[in-house]
Design a protein around this ligand. Structure first.
Ligand code: XUL
Length: 529
């Protein structure tokens, strides 16, 4: 019989499933349910409920539960061998929170298969909607928590990140301040990941160390709730939070609801879920410290894996527990493809192939020319006033500007990931722009590291399926090795390796010094204005 494992990913806009066959090292099934399309009665746009305040971004926990029913129904209809699934795990959009009252535990324990999940969950919420990661309405609460914990550096050292608007702690504080009665009625607070895991397990699921680190509430080193952070956030909070546990820990057998309704294997194990970024770290095969993935998307994201916990004194990057046991970092640069596209359009360059050719027409190091491409307010480094800044760079020179933006993005990544104290020894490039070899050559040269392309669709759901397999193997008394587990699922694209050019790498070792100087100068100038 095949060894099948199910990974689910509850993201902002959809719920996805990936089923893997462990022996054949194959993804045998993939499916997504799009929230807006499949559940229009909730009125979401791109998974978010409309709200008059543009800073407030909420979604509905019932929508996520409804999608789980639809996805299982689709798997059954598509003939997925649900009776052979050995374990289920999952990942969720990070930071979003679900507020449950005292009826929730009872409802979870006796989910009735004659009814839908939505009907089963009637009356279990102390807050009908859930703030999600896109919410940025908690600046005041962030300032209060940060101050209580002793500033940016101390907050990052304690919880893995500075206080961020989207993080759960500041969101909980806002709820407590603005709706104290509803807060008092709250018996349990879950993350999107632990809420979904609770449905699968039919009982309150722990929060894992990956997603727990996205709350500003977990002691990043001890991996337990941080007393000072709880106190700075809201009263009686500890009572409302579930236990913390390693990702993939077995919670128990899956709820009978899924067995009776969808013929899921009654012996299948429900395991602790994690956040979508930690799950992607597995789904991209980042197992060893020094392995880095750079996703070149609308924003550019730098994911790293580290053994020893280091935190960012400037509070720009995040440290989460990695589902493989150590730590992972997430550094998000907002001006990614968005900024590259602005430059391409500004010089009338039709497509990315031509952009790559233009970039190659200028020499590495651009004769000392530098561009700071903050078309939008930037997260790393923190820049609130958007603007483009050129130094020793002719604005009329299309080739030099195409090269300059990519060089600046890569130098910024190199510079702002140094706090991790792990130099990358292998970079996996993913996301739309990773198709463009000239861009990857600049990446290899600036980082002085070989780069390989990796193409994984649904990396979070795949990571979750691998996490389910890991949890099941541990429970069976085996000692699974992550490296072996991911082999075959997360291999880089054959022949995609790009090696750094030693001469160009030397040029960048010099240029980055100039980049640092200019960046500092502009930042201090912006701070004064
Ligand atoms: C990470 C973050 C996002 C969400 C997206 O800190 O806010 O990547 O996890 O789902």
């Amino acid at each position: 019989m095949a060894q099948l494992f199910l990974g689910l990913d509850s993201s902002t806009q959809s719920l996805s499933a990936v089923v893997i066959d462990l022996d054949r090292r194959k993804v045998v099934y993939e499916k997504s349910v799009n929230f807006d399309q499949a559940l229009p009665q909730y009125g979401t746009r791109n998974g978010v409920l409309p709200h008059p305040d543009p800073l407030v971004k909420h979604s509905s926990p019932l929508l996520w539960a409804g999608a789980l029913d639809l996805l299982f129904a689709a798997m059954k209809k598509d003939g997925v061998a649900l009776g052979q699934i050995l374990a289920v795990s999952g990942s969720g959009q990070q930071h979003g929170s679900v507020y449950l009252n005292e009826h929730a535990a009872g409802a979870l324990a006796k989910l009735n298969p004659q009814k839908s999940l939505v009907q089963n969950l009637d009356g279990v919420f102390s807050r009908p909607t859930s703030p999600i990661w896109m919410d940025s309405s908690t600046a005041a609460q962030c300032a209060e928590i940060r101050q209580q914990l002793g500033g940016i550096k101390a907050t990052a050292e304690a919880t893995g990140s500075d206080a961020f608007e989207r993080f759960t702690g500041p969101q909980i504080r806002k709820f407590y301040q603005t709706e104290p009665e509803a807060y008092a009625q709250t018996a349990g607070i879950a993350l999107v990941s632990s809420f979904m895991a609770s449905l699968l397990a039919g009982k309150t699921a722990p929060i894992d160390h990956g997603d727990g680190a996205g709350m500003n509430l977990m002691d990043i080193r001890k991996k337990s709730w941080h007393a000072g952070a709880l106190k700075a956030t809201a009263p009686d909070l500890k009572k409302k939070l579930p236990a913390l546990a390693a990702s993939g820990t077995v919670i128990g057998k899956v709820s009978a609801y899924f067995v009776r309704k969808f013929s899921l294997n009654p012996e299948a194990l429900a395991t602790v879920w994690t956040g979508d970024n930690p799950a992607s770290v597995i789904g991209l095969g980042l197992i060893h410290p020094g392995q880095v993935a750079i996703s070149l998307g609308t924003s550019d994201t730098y994911f790293g894996s580290m053994q020893k916990c280091q935190t960012d004194a400037h509070g720009e990057g995040h440290v989460f527990g990695s589902p493989t046991g150590g730590y992972m970092t997430l550094i998000c640069f907002k001006n990614g493809s968005l900024a590259r596209e602005k430059i391409r359009e500004a010089y009338g360059i039709r497509d990315w192939k031509k952009f790559g050719a233009a970039l190659k027409a200028a020499p590495p190091g651009n004769r000392g020319g530098i561009l700071l491409p903050w078309f939008e307010a930037e997260i790393v480094p923190r820049v609130n006033q958007p603007g483009i800044h050129r130094f020793d760079l002719d604005e009329k020179d299309a080739a030099a500007n195409c090269r300059a933006i990519v060089e600046a993005q890569m130098m910024s990544m190199r510079l702002h990931s140094q706090w991790m104290k792990v130099a990358p020894d292998r970079i996996f490039a993913t996301g739309g722009a990773s198709q463009d070899t000239p861009i990857l050559q600049v990446m290899a040269d600036v980082m002085n590291c070989r780069v390989e392309r990796i193409e994984v669709s649904k990396s979070a759901a795949l990571g979750a399926a691998l996490q389910a397999a890991h949890g099941w193997l541990v429970q069976a008394g085996r000692k699974p090795k992550w490296e072996k587990l991911v082999t075959g699922f997360t291999n880089p694209v054959p022949n995609s390796e790009i090696r750094p050019d030693p001469k160009a790498a030397k040029v960048y070792d010099q240029l980055i010094k100039k980049y640092v100087r200019w960046e500092r100068e502009v930042l201090s100038h912006l701070a004064e204005t």
